[in-house]
Design a protein around this ligand. Structure first.
Ligand SMILES: CC(C)(COP(=O)(O)OP(=O)(O)OC[C@H]1O[C@@H](n2cnc3c(N)ncnc32)[C@H](O)[C@@H]1OP(=O)(O)O)[C@@H](O)C(=O)NCCC(=O)NCCS
Length: 147
C-alpha cells in the first residue's frame, strides 16, 4: 500500500465497516514501516482488497482486512492472509492475533479455515453495535513456518 492507494482504500473501508478507520489512521501506519505491514491486492486494474497488521514484540496483530464486495469469494482475502503469514515467517513472529465481530461469519470462516483458534472474548469491544469480539490466534509453530 502506498499513499496513492488511500482514496480507494478509504472508499472501501467506509462501505465495509460500521466503524471505519479514518484516512489518517492508514496514513499514520504508512509512515511506520517497521511497525505496520500494509498490503493491497489489485485485480482488473482496481483495488480488490487490503490488509493492515502491526508487529509488536514478536507478535503480529491483524488490525484490518477488507475485500471489495464484487471480488469476494475469489481468493483475495486468502491471498492477503498468505502475505501476512509470509511476513510472520520472515520476521520470526511466534503468534498472530486478531479481533473479529462475533456476528462476522465470513471473516470467522476465513480465519478458522486458516488454522486460527478462539483464545478469548472481549465483551462489548465494538461500541458501534455494542458487539462482542472474538479473539483469535494462530501460533506460528503449528504451521511449521518458523525455523
Ligand atoms: C472476510 C473477507 C475479508 C473475506 O474475503 P474473501 O476474499 O471473500 O475471502 P476468500 O475468497 O479468500 O475466502 C477464503 C475462504 O474463507 C472462507 N470464507 C470467506 N468468505 C466466506 C463466507 N462468506 N462464507 C463462508 N466462508 C467464507 C471460505 O473457507 C473461503 O474458501 P472457499 O471460497 O474456497 O470456500 C470479506 O468477506 C470482507 O471483506 N468482509 C468485510 C470486512 C471484514 O469483515 N473484514 C474482517 C474484519 S476482522
Amino acid at each position: 500500500m502506498t499513499a496513492q492507494d488511500l482514496d480507494e482504500v478509504v472508499h472501501l473501508e467506509m462501505r465495509a465497516f460500521a466503524d471505519p478507520w479514518p484516512e489518517m489512521a492508514f496514513r499514520s501506519d504508512l509512515e511506520k514501516p517497521e511497525l505496520a505491514f500494509l498490503r493491497v491486492a489489485r485485480l482488473e486494474g482496481r483495488l480488490a482488497g487490503y490488509l493492515v497488521s502491526w508487529r509488536v514484540a514478536g507478535e503480529i496483530h491483524l488490525t484490518n482486512l477488507a475485500v471489495e464486495f464484487d471480488f469476494r469469494r475469489r481468493g483475495v482475502g486468502q491471498a492477503l492472509l498468505d502475505e501476512l503469514f509470509e511476513d510472520a515467517r520472515r520476521t520470526r513472529a511466534h503468534i498472530i492475533t486478531l479481533e473479529v465481530r462475533k456476528s462476522n461469519e465470513s471473516a470467522i470462516a476465513l480465519y478458522l479455515a486458516n488454522g486460527f483458534r478462539q483464545v478469548g472474548l472481549r465483551r462489548q469491544y465494538y461500541t458501534v453495535g455494542n458487539e462482542d469480539a472474538l479473539v483469535l490466534a494462530f501460533k506460528m509453530d503449528s504451521r511449521g513456518g518458523v525455523s
